[in-house]
Design a protein around this ligand. Structure first.
Ligand code: AMP
Length: 279
């Protein structure tokens, strides 16, 4: 049975009476199999699993989909229940930010200047701020994040290091549909034609991966491979090869590099990435 808490105080009272290790899976809800894979891993590694469900207004910019973002608490609660989640934390924005928040956590400029940070100004400040707050509220031993949001993951790792959170960050592989499309709550916005266009994100990244495995390490060539296969109906926002940890652009694949893409299919903005590892 998953216990639901809407307030910080009641959650803290409850957690104060639990023993053993605690795993946190931060989400914005509209749970799908990708989220559930994080939960499954957290279950394996912790005595108590906390899932937070919070559509964080601070990480949405003007004109973004904060109001339209899918919300379905009852179906999320059932999914958590079936996955064996112990605790759901589902606060309101008022509960998290009060009347007039706030101290904000601003991630390093070098990590937010590129990729999603270029068009989503302030997004990662919103992410870092809410994640730091969730870490302080839940006090987990481990926290689980998806590789699908590769820039977010790198920024959270940096935050944990810089602010000395005693939390192990676990990165979890991207779960995909059989077509290869990365599962995302925003896939709900796509109709069937758009879904087939969106599949070209991963197909083109896989082609670049094949080229890399055949010996190609030049970013320009790998990017060319993706561009030449990507559906022309995708409005490309960025396509970059970066160091997966520092997020600095690289000209050649290094030890752990991330080939990351963002683009629009219709009005829906989608992201994906693959890790290319020289080892
Ligand atoms: P969100 O609800 O979109 O904020 O995502 C919550 C967490 O789930 C983040 O750490 C995401 O990276 C992760 N996540 C989202 N989609 C997937 C996926 N397809 N596979 C694995 N993890 C995912």
């Amino acid at each position: 049975m998953s216990v639901v808490f809407l307030t910080i105080d009641t959650l803290r009272d409850f957690l104060g009476n639990t023993n053993g290790s605690r795993g946190l899976v931060p989400t914005m809800g509209a749970l799908h199999a990708g989220h559930l894979s994080l939960i499954e891993r957290a279950k394996l590694e912790n005595d108590c699993v906390v899932v937070s469900i919070f559509v964080n207004p601070l990480q949405f910019g003007q004109g973004e989909d904060y109001l339209q973002y899918p919300r379905d608490m009852e179906s999320d609660r059932l999914a958590c229940e079936q996955a064996g989640v112990d605790v759901i934390f589902a606060p309101t924005p008022e509960e998290i930010y009060g009347a007039g928040q706030l101290t904000k956590i601003i991630p390093p400029e070098a990590m937010t200047a590129g990729l999603c940070g270029r068009s989503r100004v302030g997004h990662f400040t919103g992410v870092a701020t809410v994640v730091a707050k969730l870490f302080n509220i839940v006090k987990p031993h481990r926290a689980y994040f998806g590789q699908k949001d590769g820039q977010q993951l790198a920024i959270i790792r940096q935050l944990v290091k810089d602010l000395n959170f005693a939390i192990e960050i676990r990165d979890c592989p991207t779960l995909r549909m059989t077509s290869g499309l990365a599962l995302s709550s925003r896939n709900q916005y796509l109709d069937s034609e758009q879904l087939s266009i969106a599949v070209s994100f991963y197909e083109s990244l896989k082609l670049a991966e094949s080229a890399f495995l055949a010996g190609e390490i030049d970013s320009k060539v790998l990017i060319y491979v993706v561009k030449s296969y990507l559906s022309p109906q995708v409005v490309l926002e960025y396509l970059e090869l970066v160091n997966a940890e520092t997020l600095e652009p690289v000209e050649k694949v290094q030890t752990k590099s991330m080939l990351a893409i963002a683009g629009r299919v219709g009005n829906t903005r989608l992201i994906d990435n693959i890790i290319l590892n020289i080892d």
